[in-house]
Design a binder for this molecule. Structure first.
Ligand SMILES: CC(C)(COP(=O)(O)OP(=O)(O)OC[C@H]1O[C@@H](n2cnc3c(N)ncnc32)[C@H](O)[C@@H]1OP(=O)(O)O)[C@@H](O)C(=O)NCCC(=O)NCCS
Length: 157
């Protein structure tokens, strides 16, 4: 999926604000651009009013980035900018990601997140279930090790 430069700017504006620096989760512009050039990645954006249609809106509230292989898709990145949190936009964008995955013929969504990320409440409320733990998988710049939690959502017909 080739993204127009405007959309890469939108993704990066959220990326730079959304991910706590100490966990090193944010991707740089090159990583995002390369992922979207490969062809099996897709992204979605959400505006502050909850729509996907930006029109003249200049602010971006959030984005997702997913990568599919056959009928499985990994949710690589998912974020809502701090200024727009706790207003239901995360729910709305995740719902859209799941609906689009289903429409694309995906039967299993997979993701990995650091332990104790509040995003786990969001994922659980959409039916994601924990399927594994990679102990001490992430290392913060300060040297702390944090488990990675794998989750999946099975999409039935
Ligand atoms: C996780 C994130 C996407 C949630 O976005 P949001 O727009 O605030 O989410 P919503 O307002 O739709 O809330 C969704 C649910 O998430 C949970 N939640 C979100 N933030 C929370 C927090 N700080 N503490 C506890 N629960 C939280 C709640 O269960 C909430 O549902 P509720 O309001 O009905 O109780 C956002 O906090 C974020 O971008 N975090 C940084 C990036 C990140 O960690 N992404 C996930 C990587 S795997």
């Amino acid at each position: 999926m080739i993204a127009p430069m405007d959309d890469i700017d939108r993704i990066m504006s959220v990326m730079d604000a959304a991910f706590p620096a100490e966990f090193g989760e944010a991707w740089n512009r090159r990583q995002v651009t390369d992922a979207l050039v490969v062809g099996n990645c897709r992204y979605g954006l959400i505006a502050p009013d909850g729509s996907a249609d930006f029109g003249s809106q200049t602010n971006t509230a959030g984005f997702f980035l997913g990568r599919s292989i056959l009928d499985e898709e990994e949710l690589l990145l998912f974020a809502i900018a701090p200024a727009h949190r706790r207003q239901g936009l995360g729910h709305k964008l995740l719902q859209r990601f799941i609906l689009e995955a289903r429409a694309n013929g995906i039967s299993r969504i997979f993701l990995e997140m650091r332990r104790n990320n509040p995003a786990s409440f969001l994922y659980a409320s959409h039916g994601f279930q924990e399927i594994g733990v990679r102990p001490a998988y992430y290392r913060t710049p300060a040297g702390t090790r944090i488990d990675a939690i794998s989750q999946e959502l099975i999409l039935s017909d």
